[in-house]
Design a protein around this ligand. Structure first.
Ligand code: CA
Length: 673
């Protein structure tokens, strides 16, 4: 488990800023029994909340517990009184409706429901697809007008199987905000549409940098409308990761050039996606359906109080998210909501895949529905999540979408905290080293990582540092990584755990760490900027740290150009060789053969038999995590040296005749024939 708990608690504490909807006291919030909630009719008609068509503007709110529902129409996204308030009529399946004969484009609206005699605060609803400033009111817009020129020709970036993808996790501000980025639209969706940008010292940045690196997908941190950043005060350069959801189906306003204009955030996000697609890069969105930033004041609570959340026996919110509440995907209307929401992003925005935050708060059935629904739209969609929670949940363990339950979710991948902690050391104990930085005893867990947590006759799971059984049925169910936005980034981790080393040595260790990730079976995942040895000034939880901690200093690219070139070569190696990204556990078990090694910090194996149709008959992979050279025995023959002593080239660094070969310290040795 990562430090999600800490950052969510902190994020939650920030949710009370003055611009938020009026707070309701606990006494004035309706208490509805679990029996009542479970008896609610559900509605999944596809026309929830707002539809504009030739016959006019139609509203349908799902609010089964309501005694009365009002619709307020506004001329502006905030301030001012309603220009019209109408009573909605009770309709089928717990919904309330009203219609207007005109297309009300340009207007804003809120709903207001009365439950158990209490009128709740106004809400834009749970399904607002366009919103104004700070997401307080929903906007009625012509969605066709949000499409950038050429959008109808835009389509998904596809990889044949999930293990062919190479994920690059980034935050909009991290990536572009630094003064050295050379990017005009700093911290905005549009940053990723700018071509030809260079750092202050002349190296390509932005989308050109991504093309150079060769990743297949970016994974953007939450980009739906979140709560914390005040969209009226953008000059303050506020920062937040965005794990504090407000409106799930509209983009975040602070990433647009004008949060006041409901069209801008949608159009600009689409421009970003189209620019990335043109560059051959897919877009995976980080989605946080597991909790909302607000509890009683959330859009869920203000439309159907109690229904969307799990509760303890005393009626309080249960809190598996560590943020004060957790959603109830085991309820039909919530499960439908999650499924319909990801379908919406996949169709309206051409999103190529989804990363589920604290996925184990959701039930496995919902996650399987998600995978089925998204892949019906895009068969090659990438779907993965955090297979853990940040606290206990009323949802039974066997139903949780845990990594230990991933065999029940054939179309979903989970992050491997096994390989993460084995390679670099414990995620939260800063001083702890891992295999790559010299800690002995992690060899078997490295092997677990190499085979993507699938069953293998030579891997003894009882010796694993973390998981004790082969939880993945297929390598496509595993995401391999050594760092992400959570916890210390790789540079900071190596600085804290190797205090005596030089940065030059740490960069060598970083290359080894990523070589383990990128040559292992499963899908590799990296954190933006690691390829240029970016740091975050030693701060482990930067969810609201300022730009001077979080922004990538692009001048590091020229300073560390050899590091960058190594990453490029490593990615090129993986893309050129299907043996590193096999599609089935059977292929992994059959073609990967580990060498018997009795030395600490040394793992040696072969991928044999032209695995996956590879041009190479055999690939010998040796990881030496110690600070001393180690001698390994390689069968005699004509080998090409692919990686040695901290250098790597898929086309070869030289030749070897095999036999006793020295593996340099803190480096990977890769040979092929
Ligand atoms: Ca927002």
């Amino acid at each position: 488990m990562s430090n999600t708990l800490i950052r969510l608690v902190a994020a939650s504490a920030f949710a009370t800023a003055a611009f938020m909807p009026m707070t309701i006291s606990a006494q004035s919030f309706p208490q509805i029994s679990e029996a009542e909630l479970n008896a609610y009719p559900t509605y999944n008609g596809g026309d929830l909340e707002l539809t504009v068509d030739a016959s006019g503007t139609h509203f349908r709110l799902w609010s089964p517990g309501a005694e009365a529902v009002r619709l307020n129409l506004y001329a502006t996204s905030r301030n001012g009184k309603p220009i019209q308030t109408v009573d909605m009529k009770k309709a089928e399946a717990g919904t309330w409706t009203t219609s207007f004969a005109d297309k009300l484009y340009g207007k804003f609206y809120t709903f207001q429901v009365k439950v158990k005699g209490i009128w709740l605060a106004e809400t834009p609803g749970a399904w607002a697809k366009a919103v104004g400033t700070n997401g307080q009111r929903a906007a009625i817009i012509d969605m066709a007008k949000t499409n950038p020129c050429g959008w109808e020709k835009d389509t998904y970036v596809t990889t044949a199987k999930q293990t062919d993808a190479i994920m690059y996790e980034m935050h909009h501000r991290d990536f572009s905000a630094h003064r050295n980025s050379g990017i005009t639209n700093k911290g905005k969706f549009l940053a990723l549409t700018e071509e030809g940008t260079v750092s202050a010292n002349g190296q390509p940045t932005g989308i050109d940098h991504l093309k150079q690196l060769g990743i297949t997908h970016i994974h953007i941190l939450p980009s739906y409308d979140y709560n914390t950043v005040d969209e009226t005060q953008l000059a303050d350069r506020q920062y937040n990761w965005g794990y504090d959801p407000l409106n799930y189906n509209a983009p975040e306003g602070s990433y647009s050039t004008n949060p006041e204009d409901p069209y801008a955030r949608i159009r600009e996000m689409k421009q970003m996606i189209m620019a990335l697609h043109r560059a051959g890069i897919g877009v995976v969105m980080d989605v946080v359906y597991n909790h909302t930033a607000l509890g009683n004041e959330s859009n869920f609570s203000l439309t159907a109080p109690g229904y969307y959340y799990r509760h303890r026996a005393d009626g309080s919110y249960s809190d598996a998210s560590g943020c004060g509440n957790e959603t109830a995907s085991d309820r039909k209307q919530v499960s439908d909501y999650i499924v319909e929401s990801v379908k919406y992003w996949a169709t309206e925005y051409h999103i190529d895949g989804f990363r589920f935050d604290l996925m184990a708060i959701h039930d496995t059935e919902t996650m399987n529905r998600v995978a089925e629904a998204v892949r019906a739209i895009n068969p090659n969609a990438v779907i993965y999540g955090e297979g853990w929670t940040a606290g206990d949940s009323p949802l039974p363990v066997e139903r949780r979408a845990l990594k230990e339950n991933v065999s029940k979710m054939p179309g979903i991948a989970v992050f491997s905290d096994d390989i993460r902690d084995a390679v670099k050391g414990h995620y939260s104990r800063a001083e702890d080293c891992g295999f790559a930085s010299g800690k002995p005893g992690q060899e078997e867990t490295i092997k677990i990582g190499v085979v993507a947590s699938t069953a293998h006759p030579q891997v003894d799971y009882s010796k694993g540092s973390n998981s004790k059984f082969a939880y993945a049925s297929q390598p496509t169910q595993i995401m391999n990584y050594v760092s992400c936005h959570d916890d210390l980034c790789l540079t900071d981790k190596l600085r804290k755990s190797m205090p005596e080393a030089t940065d030059s040595v740490r960069m060598r260790v970083a290359r080894l760490a990523q070589t383990i990730v990128f040559t292992s079976q499963g899908t590799p995942f990296m954190f933006a900027g690691e390829e240029i040895f970016r740091d975050k000034k030693g701060v482990h939880n930067t969810f609201k740290s300022p730009d001077d901690v979080n922004a990538i200093d692009w001048n590091l690219k020229a300073d560390n150009i050899e590091q960058f070139n190594y990453y490029c070569n490593l990615i090129a190696l993986r893309k050129a060789h299907p043996a590193f990204r096999l599609g089935s556990a059977e292929e992994v078990a059959k073609n990967i053969v580990f060498d018997k090694v009795k030395v600490d910090n040394l793992v040696s194996y072969s991928i044999k038999n032209h695995a996956g149709g590879d041009e190479w008959e055999e690939i010998k992979v040796v990881f030496n995590g110690s600070d001393k050279p180690q001698t390994v025995n390689v069968p005699k023959g004509k080998w090409t040296i692919i990686a040695a002593d901290g250098r790597l080239d898929k086309d070869g660094l030289g030749e070897s005749k095999g036999g006793k070969i020295e593996a340099a310290p803190q480096a990977a040795l890769i040979l092929a024939r």
